[in-house]
Design a protein around this ligand. Structure first.
Ligand code: CUO
Length: 678
């Protein structure tokens, strides 16, 4: 029962001993003796217990092994439901039975479908939540890096001697377009592997559908859908200003041409085909792809949109039985996405999810050309596409209109102040010795592709990619406490000081541009307090190693019960993307710090599972526990202020502070000192 499902060490070849019962029809009819064929390379053989119950997988088997898989497609979602149900139906603590069922599913199902269901199942079973799975970028590297790398990797794997030092394959920084396309200026951000991994993990932790309601019904998941994506848009817009581009325009009219083109330069190793590109000025068309379960028209989209807009302006949700309920932000999130928690899915439809499908199938809406979807319909690739932000700007605007409607009350003074608590100074100290300046730079890091390459049995194959990073820094906050508070929540945000015309913001625009940098609770003494917090401790981020490295490769042991659940621990904004890029002359930013009244912040959280990884609660919540902040997500900037016109007026309460800071890009490229090839 203590057998690990994966080998604890990266260089061990484990063979699961298959019997007839496990084999797919291909193997049976071709007479391949699978164990003998691959057995010679195994240095450990794991016998499998016979299946007590052979899953039928009636729906899931219909997806060919060489097809792409996406949860946005209703037909694929049904297949995933079927597989997840089977994996969860194996009784708890019957790990040998679970192992056999997983192996059976792996042998007989589409690999991407299997990987998704396996990950969701491991995360939601009590007996497996500590079992790590491989890093998704290492299992499906073709979703994250330039397809040219794989031919080189194949070559490298074929010629290199086992154990010989590996020279990493360099992924050029600009490989998807040139600067003739102005949107390409943001490619370093949109195509960042860590950002895309975070997004994929977020949707894995927060699925929108399942036959098992508990998988979906997590604390405040609708509100978090809104907030996490709102912060993505705010971060992207800030990054656009740094690149002399205006904020992204929402995709407001579903029949308009889309000026943004995207040529992903990704090849799928599952389908052996390239991901379809999109040329400039293509349009959405009605979708008629029964095989994907997608028969939906632009008229449907407009009807759902009108119904949602009516709910936003009236503040009332129409229930299926004709009654009405008060609308709140969490319900609106579930309606718009939509998740199975939407109170009336017939009436409000599935606006956001179908937007991804419309965008993903612009090149073949009727399946005339037997084409698969483009990057927009896959959670692990869609943030690469400039149109992602046009679509999510539209989605975010729905939420913002609710926040600005008369149905959401602006915060009163008593909800913002913290009696007796006064910030006397707040500053940033950089590891470079500078005050109120953050320095960013470029870094090259290596990722191991070999686990996703079945031709590579000779050790690691590294790809070296370039990403943004920053010099470490710390916040130093001095506060005077003359009241009764013995704790406070420290809330740290930053925002560009000026808009795209270089003018100061009005508060109702600027509030949407503030990006959360950290949120944490500290004790407060009477009198003077000095609060010091490192940039690496941010509640948004996970460390570089947690984003990129397979936990096995760090000498972790799958049998160690303290080991983190990678599925959950992989969710978190990458630490290397915490800070906006800045500019070479230095970009002026506002640093906003607030020490809020803990009485109104506190959550009484039941004891949950203690994870040994860093949790990124601001964007990902806490595993099996309540979201650790009672305030609305984004507080105090989630809604407009009635009294303040600009941030200077707003930040006048003693428990708030505003500091001018500068973000400067040092235009140098450094090697990651932790690269395994160094
Ligand atoms: Cu994350 Cu549209 O929700 O991609």
């Amino acid at each position: 029962p203590n057998e690990p499902m994966v080998s604890p060490k990266g260089n061990e070849n484990v063979l699961f001993q298959l019997t007839e019962q496990f084999l797919g029809d291909d193997y049976k009819t071709n007479g391949i003796e699978i164990n003998n064929r691959f057995g010679e390379k195994a240095n450990r053989v794991v016998p499998l217990k016979s299946l007590q119950r052979v899953p039928a997988f009636t729906k899931a088997r219909k997806l060919p092994a060489d097809a792409e898989f996406s949860v946005f497609l209703p037909a694929h979602q049904e297949m995933a439901d079927e597989v997840i149900d089977e994996l969860l139906a194996v009784p708890e603590n019957q790990l040998q039975d679970l192992l056999s069922t997983c192996v059976f599913a792996r042998v007989n199902l589409n690999p991407q479908l299997f990987n998704y269901c396996y990950s969701v199942a491991l995360m939601h079973r009590n007996d497996t939540s500590n079992i790590p799975i491989q890093n998704f970028a290492e299992t499906f590297p073709s979703k994250f890096v330039d397809s040219k790398v794989f031919a080189k990797a194949r070559e490298s794997a074929a010629v290199a001697d086992k154990g010989a030092p590996r020279i990493p394959i360099i992924i050029p920084r600009d490989y998807t377009a040139t600067d003739l396309d102005i949107e390409h200026r943001l490619a370093y951000w949109r195509e960042d592997i860590g950002i895309n991994l975070h997004h994929w993990h977020w949707h894995l932790v927060y699925p929108f559908s399942s036959t098992q309601r508990r998988i979906v019904a997590k604390d405040r998941r609708g509100e978090l859908f809104f907030y996490m994506h709102q912060q993505i848009i705010a971060r992207y817009n800030g990054e656009r200003l740094l690149n002399s581009l205006a904020r992204v325009k929402k995709f407001n009219n579903f029949t308009d041409p889309i000026p943004e083109a995207y040529f992903p330069k990704l090849d799928s190793l599952t389908t052996s085909r390239g991901w379809p590109p999109r040329q400039a000025n293509m349009r959405w068309s009605d979708l008629n792809r029964p095989v994907d379960g997608l028969v939906v028209s632009i008229d449907d989209m407009n009807r759902w949109r009108r119904n949602i807009e009516e709910a936003i302006s009236t503040g009332l949700v129409r229930m299926a039985d004709g009654s009405t309920q008060t609308l709140d932000i969490d319900t609106l999130g579930n309606i718009v996405e939509s998740s199975i928690l939407s109170p009336n899915r017939d009436f409000y439809g599935s606006l956001h999810n179908n937007g991804h499908s419309f965008a993903g199938y612009m090149h073949d809406p009727n399946m005339q050309y037997l084409e698969s979807f483009q990057v927009m319909a896959d959670e692990s690739t869609n943030m690469r596409d400039p149109f992602f932000y046009c679509w999510h700007a539209f989605v975010d605007d729905l939420f913002q209109r609710f926040q600005e409607s008369g149905n959401v009350r602006p915060y009163s003074r008593s909800e913002l102040e913290n009696p007796g608590v006064q910030i006397t100074s707040a500053r940033i100290e950089s590891s470079t010795g500078e005050m109120n300046t953050i320095n960013t730079f470029w870094m090259q890091s290596d990722v191991d592709l070999s686990r996703g390459l079945d031709f590579s049995d000779r050790g690691a194959v590294y790809a070296r990619f370039t990403h943004l990073n920053h010099r470490p820094y710390q916040y130093v906050i001095e506060a005077n406490n003359t009241g009764n508070a013995n704790r406070t929540t420290v809330r740290i945000f930053i925002c560009p000081k000026f808009d795209e015309r270089n003018l100061p913001w009005i508060l109702n625009d600027q509030r949407k541009m503030f990006i959360e940098m950290d949120r944490f609770v500290v004790p407060l003494n009477a009198g003077q307090n000095r609060i010091v917090r490192q940039s690496s401790q941010s509640s948004l981020t996970i460390p570089f190693e947690q984003t990129f490295r397979d936990l096995r490769a760090q000498g972790s042991d799958a049998r160690n019960p303290a080991l983190a659940s990678f599925n959950f621990c992989g969710c978190g904004w990458p630490q290397h993307m915490l800070t906006p890029r800045g500019t070479e002359p230095g970009a002026p930013y506002d640093l906003f710090v607030m020490l809020s009244n803990y009485e109104l912040d506190a959550i009484n959280n039941p004891e949950g599972q203690q994870l040994s990884c860093v949790e990124a609660s601001s964007f990902c919540g806490l595993k099996d526990r309540l979201y650790p902040d009672r305030r609305n997500m984004g507080y105090p900037f989630d809604r407009p202020s009635t009294s303040a016109a600009n941030i200077q007026d707003f930040a006048t309460l003693p428990n708030m502070s505003l500091t001018d800071i500068t973000i400067r890009l040092q235009n140098v490229t450094e090697q990651n000192p932790r690269n395994p090839t160094n």
